[in-house]
Write a protein that binds this ligand. Sequence first.
Ligand code: IMP
Ligand code: MG
Length: 179
Amino acid sequence: MEEEILRVLLSEEEIAAKVAELGDRLSRDYEGKNPIFVGVLKGVVVFFSDVIRKIRVPCQIDFMWISSYAGTESTGNMVVKRDVSEDIKGRHVVILEDIFDTGSSLQFTYDHLLAKEPASLKICTLLDKPERRRSGVTVKPDYVGFVIPNEFVVGYGLDYREQYRNLPYVGILKPEAYL
Ligand code: IMP
Ligand code: MG
């Protein structure tokens, strides 16, 4: 598995430091608000479990699972495969995502959750690839871990064909690893 990695883009140590920083900011901003952190499955699981352990204020967690109809790229044709289980009306909600790429999935998730009338709705993403933003995407991430170049990355929850999620760092695949 590791022999298929061309280079490490973000090391375990860099990620851990950034996650702690994000946890500090979220803890300050959500003090006394009992926020609900909504993770978007599956890519977020590693980031999610690390960042919530850096939150030092009372909070709740929940998950959503969305999928697009076809392909490795987002098509804009999204469905909710699993909705949040909490009633988020009137609550302070923070969407946690692994990556903000074209923005289609976060736009969809944001609109879906906004319709449930939360008191506030913010987005926290570990990675942001601004070069890839699709036109028509109006949402912006409120908390960003790392802005990265336009490269396909794997590890720390992110996959290529469901593989590499278990790598502890974020890396770039060798061209020959692509099918
Ligand atoms: P979107 O293009 O912003 O809608 O992102 C859709 C989803 O594509 C993300 O939640 C990731 O699961 C996946 N994705 C986007 N870029 C990458 C990448 O570089 N590596 C792995 N998955 C990615
Ligand atoms: Mg994802």
